[in-house]
Design a protein around this ligand. Structure first.
Ligand SMILES: Cc1cc2nc3c(=O)[nH]c(=O)nc-3n(C[C@H](O)[C@H](O)[C@H](O)COP(=O)(O)OP(=O)(O)OC[C@H]3O[C@@H](n4cnc5c(N)ncnc54)[C@H](O)[C@@H]3O)c2cc1C
Length: 431
């Protein structure tokens, strides 16, 4: 079991290593009193901080990040984002829920895109769309359902056959696909670093400073950190699956580790192997499947594998990711993986996040599952409003739902092992 207070990964983040070195902000070295504290400088935490500042510009705001920005999950992801939410079922109720979620996500995505533009954050944000692709008959059947729900919500999409997918990505591995044009791809480490570096001046960010405990003292909260005691009247927990380390939401979310790799550059003469599309992203039809991306002109990214609450030894991860890469591009079997890394996501049983007030002056948002760039931004932005007593919390809860109960240990781990064995078998070649 992964028992640390924050995710302390065994390998550095590949996206971060592809960028020039960044000097982290200083760690906390003394006691501190502020108005608002945010634990975690991922998409959720930084959105809370920025929105609090927008609404209460004089407030003293402090953000604590246990690692350095660029090494957390917000940098370790695959960089797919956007605002269009696909209904989960082909029902009118499902379609209506997805429309309400899309409206919230669109507002947050536009806000994020505005910050990126104004701050000049160079994170390669591009609207390239995404291909949902199936390698198996079952995968194809499930994608045909996706096409139906897309149609129900008026989401523009194009159905692709094997040859059309092969033309775009250079691999004949997939038999059926749907292209959705509302997906953006970006360099996640560049984005989260840019957002941290563009924080307004009176938002203090302390990196390499973990919050170890919190307790209520009279009308305020006291947080014990690596560098000193911090007092604040209001605290937001934005440390995702690790909120549980403070004793909250233990039966609402769990932590899943998943892995990614980026290849060495492919030789100029072999670029045709990467397809005719200069930029593309592919998402699997099965939830335990493999995500793929072309990066720049000459590299590929492969994301796959899942582990419950623990990291997998990196040699094992490398071998499995390499196998997935070679199965899809046998002609590139001589190309090695240059970066391999893992990251934690907070998984909830029903896919809904947990968002809201835990106690007087204590708030939390976590459990974005695999789509925290836009969702974390949206939830963080609205959590700041909740902290200030404005906004419409019922609108968020009714559109997003709330994380349902998960069985306690040891049943949770046993359940995860059983479900993942069954689902892995079902995923088959999608993995
Ligand atoms: C390999 C991979 C691929 C993914 N692909 C995508 C994708 O393509 N698109 C997408 O939208 N999402 C994707 N995700 C999910 C996405 O990364 C998460 O949903 C997102 O990072 C959640 O943001 P967050 O701010 O809520 O939490 P986090 O990014 O986890 O940020 C929480 C921060 O809190 C810090 N922290 C934890 N405990 C403490 C403590 N005690 N004190 C101080 N700091 C603490 C952590 O170090 C961390 O930086 C992927 C995830 C992984 C791992």
């Amino acid at each position: 079991m992964f028992k640390e207070i924050f995710p302390n990964y065994s390998t550095p983040c590949g996206w971060n290593r592809m960028l020039a070195m960044r000097t982290p902000r200083s760690a906390l070295k003394n006691d501190l009193t502020v108005d608002y504290v945010i634990v975690g400088a991922g998409y959720t935490g930084l959105a809370i901080a920025r929105r609090l500042h927008e609404l209460d510009p004089q407030a003293r705001i402090a953000v604590f990040e246990a690692s350095s920005v660029g090494e957390g999950s917000s940098a370790r992801n695959s960089g797919f984002t956007g605002s269009e939410v696909l209904p989960r079922t082909v029902t009118l109720a499902g379609a209506e829920k997805a429309r309400r979620q899309t409206a919230l996500m669109r507002e947050a995505f536009d806000w994020l895109a505005g910050i990126i533009a104004r701050a000049g954050i160079e994170c390669d944000l591009q609207k390239v769309g995404s291909i949902r692709a199936a390698a198996t008959e079952a995968g194809e059947a499930s994608l045909r359902q996706v096409a139906e729900v897309a149609k129900l919500n008026g989401i523009s999409h194009t159905v692709l056959g094997r040859n059309e997918i092969a033309e775009r990505i250079g691999s004949e591995y997939y038999r059926f696909g749907i292209y959705l044009n509302d997906t953006y791809l970006l360099q996640p480490a560049a984005l989260i670093r840019g957002l941290a570096d563009a924080l307004p001046e009176n938002v203090a960010l302390y990196e390499n400073t973990s919050v170890r405990r919190l307790k209520r003292n009279g009308g305020s909260w006291e947080l014990l950190t690596d560098g000193g005691v911090v007092r604040a009247r209001s605290v937001a927990l934005a440390n995702n699956g690790f909120i549980r380390r403070f004793g909250y939401l233990k039966c609402r979310m769990t932590t899943i580790f998943t892995y990614a790799a980026v290849t060495h550059p492919v030789a100029e003469t072999e670029l045709d192997h990467l397809g005719q599309s200069p930029a593309w992203g592919l998402l699997p039809s099965h939830r335990l499947g493999t995500t793929l991306r072309r990066i720049g002109r000459d590299r590929l990214m492969v994301r796959s594998l899942y582990a419950h609450e623990h990291e997998v030894p990196i040699d094992e991860v490398s071998a499995k990711l390499r196998d997935r890469f070679i199965r899809r591009w046998p002609g590139l079997r001589h190309v090695e993986l240059e970066y391999v890394w893992g990251g934690a996501t907070a998984f909830t049983m029903n896919g809904a996040p947990w968002w809201g007030k835990l106690e007087e002056g204590l708030f939390a948002s976590g459990g974005c599952n695999g789509s925290g760039i836009a969702k974390g931004t949206m939830l963080g932005r609205h959590l700041a409003e909740l902290m200030l007593g404005i906004g419409n919390p019922a609108k968020i809860s009714s559109a997003m739902g709330t994380a349902s109960l998960i069985a306690p240990e040891p049943f949770r781990s046993i359940g995860f092992r059983i479900v993942s064995a069954i689902e892995s078998r079902k995923a088959g070649l999608e993995a």
